[in-house]
Ligand binder design. Structure first.
Ligand code: PHB
Length: 361
């Protein structure tokens, strides 16, 4: 009998942190923080409802005012934000859940109207993304970002360290470094957005230097097994590309193997088109540690990925928006609610905390 085979319902341990299953809630921007980008009561309720996930990864939380890119996203840089998050983590822990804080700096995906004193968004290089950004007054064209000077890099790393310390004070179980989806760290890694001439630009060793330095410092704050890293090798979201994504991200996965990371979290394929060109089996083999697969997985695909040794866990986004009790529904093969795209970003409890649960959470 092979009933003990590892699957989504098997527990997994990051060092001394035990997750009760491998059904992970993906980080999801919902734009429902209060004034000052502070988590509020409805955010507490939303995360509490979803605490049966093996692990919740919080929505991206900016590490500094400069790291903000959208109205209503929570931060992890002020005391009021730490207080707000403390209520979230306490509620999740009370019902036996685990929660990591996703540390976010958007880089060029911002706008002067979202920045302190109307400053320009910063980036590795002065290269403007094509498209528009959602601001307090609606959609605006992207602006030409300002290239960070080499002297400013230690300040960015210090902001990650401060945010990592704040996440500890806020009662999180660990942190995930957001290095995906065209935000700051990804802008450094991919060559379409990095034309720097200093030690943070050029070959892949240089382009991933900022991620590696940030990871080193954040692991120093949290200790081993409490820090994950998220990458999205071929996601075109936010006008991104790389001339050789397989080679680039194989190298990043190898370099991250030197850390005692909790996990490597990969958004596989292109979130915009659903296309997959990279060999994720090859990428996975470059990383020595747990692999969390994301993007387009369902119960069956995730269990197959685990059975084949491709993934150790799977993260679910839209399915967790619509199904607060997703692990229960998976376990009992129950029908799933349909997510409502119109209420993903911003608004109130509608489309946020009012999705029906099969059992009252
Ligand atoms: C989004 O707002 O759709 C979004 C935000 C952060 C991500 C990805 C998508 O990393």
């Amino acid at each position: 009998m092979s009933s003990t085979k590892t699957n989504l319902f098997s527990p997994i341990k990051f060092g001394d942190l035990e997750l009760s299953n491998r059904i992970i809630m993906a980080p999801l921007t919902r734009n429902r923080a209060a004034e000052g980008n502070v988590p509020q009561d409805m955010n507490v309720e939303y995360y509490r409802q979803r605490a049966s996930a093996g692990l919740i990864i919080s929505e991206g939380s900016q590490i500094s005012p400069q790291g903000l890119g959208y109205p209503g996203t929570p931060g992890i840089h002020s005391d009021a934000q730490v207080e707000g998050w403390l209520k979230v983590t306490a509620a999740v822990h009370k019902v036996g859940g685990k929660i990591f804080c996703q540390l976010w700096h958007v880089g060029r995906i911002s706008h002067t109207s979202l920045q302190i004193n109307g400053e320009l968004p910063v980036a590795p290089s002065a290269l403007k993304p094509n498209g528009q950004i959602f601001t307090y007054t609606g959609l605006e064209d992207f602006e030409m970002p300002r290239a960070l000077t080499t002297d400013e890099i230690p300040g960015i790393i210090a902001d990650y360290v401060n945010a990592a310390q704040n996440a500890k004070r806020a009662g999180f179980d660990g942190v995930e470094i957001h290095s995906a989806n065209g935000y700051l760290l990804d802008q450094f890694i991919r060559d379409s957005t990095n034309q720097r001439q200093d030690q943070y630009g050029g070959d892949i060793t240089n382009r991933m230097r900022l991620l590696i330095e940030v990871t080193k410092q954040v692991v120093a704050v949290w200790g081993k097994d409490r820090v994950g890293v998220r990458l999205s090798p071929e996601n075109s979201f936010n006008d991104m590309k790389d001339s050789n994504p397989q080679q680039t991200f194989n190298a990043v996965a190898k370099a991250l193997s030197d850390f005692p990371l909790a996990y490597l979290h990969i958004l596989e394929g292109d979130m915009m088109t659903g296309e997959r060109q990279l060999d994720y089996v090859e990428l996975r083999k470059c990383f020595n540690g747990y692999y969390m697969a994301n993007n387009g997985y369902d119960l069956e695909l995730a269990n197959t990925a685990i059975a084949e040794g491709h993934a150790d866990m799977a993260a679910f986004g839209k399915l967790f928006i619509a199904n607060p009790d997703l692990p229960y529904r998976f376990a009992n093969k129950l029908p799933l609610n349909t997510p409502d795209n119109a209420t993903f970003y911003g608004g109130d409890e509608k489309g946020y905390t009012d999705y029906a649960a099969w059992i009252k959470a």
